[in-house]
Design a protein around this ligand. Structure first.
Ligand code: ATP
Length: 203
């Protein structure tokens, strides 16, 4: 699975967020998108996810042949601050619900909750979770999905030291063959990435 950007640009009204971006994102490789607040990291991630179209140039998702745009969501899992989890559900219910439209990678929900350190809170409504516990659930729904493309926007938001450690272990254990893109300002979130794309170099 590849994402191919060909001279792609995005603007809101008259402001270019990025432009002339030509890059092929390859399966099994890990990429970081870096830049200061408001520079356009999340915007680029949303273009890569297919939820936002580029204003110029082209984007293609290639799996043997080019994928139709409406199919792309099946191949992408994403965790981002602007994507909410359903707080009225328990973590266990939420992962079951999520699995109905995006299958898990074969790990059971019981095991996932144990791996992310939330077995003790499996039957508690997510609205009663701490922000770090919610972030663990967000990461789990994205990382344990069987999608080949994993997009992570500020993945360690609200995580403590053990949460960072968990995040790195999850990447190591479950994401070896995926195409991973991390949008971040924090080197500790993306130090495993082989390629770093600085958004400020594409203005
Ligand atoms: N839907 C939108 N309409 C208009 N402008 C937008 C929209 N979404 C984002 N922007 C603007 O685009 C710019 C880039 O925003 P973006 O969220 O991509 O930055 P970021 O690098 O992810 O920031 P942060 O590090 O703060 O999360 C900002 O100036 C923002 O105000």
């Amino acid at each position: 699975m590849e994402i191919i950007l060909d001279n792609a640009g995005k603007r809101f009204n008259r402001d270019w967020i990025f432009r002339n971006l030509t890059i092929t994102f390859k399966e099994g490789q890990r990429y970081a998108i870096t830049g200061p607040n408001g520079s356009g990291k999340s915007t680029l991630l949303q273009v890569l996810s297919g939820s936002m179209s580029p204003s110029s140039g082209k984007i293609n998702w290639q799996q043997h042949a080019a994928l139709p745009h409406e199919e792309v969501h099946k191949y992408v899992s994403i965790a981002a601050p602007y994507l909410e989890i359903i707080e009225e559900m328990t973590a266990s219910e939420f992962l079951h619900f999520h699995q109905t439209f995006k299958p898990l990678n074969g790990t059971s929900i019981k095991d996932i909750l144990e791996i992310i350190g939330l077995s003790h809170a499996a039957d508690k409504q997510i609205r009663f979770y701490s922000s770090g516990m919610k972030q663990r659930v967000k990461l789990a729904q994205a990382i344990f999905a069987s999608a080949p493309i994993l997009l992570l926007d500020e993945p360690c938001t609200n995580l403590d030291t053990m949460g960072y450690e968990l995040y790195h272990n999850l990447i190591k254990e479950y994401c070896q063959n995926k195409l991973v893109v991390v949008s971040s300002n924090d080197i500790n979130e993306y130090n495993f990435c082989e390629k770093v794309i600085s958004i400020m170099e594409h203005k």
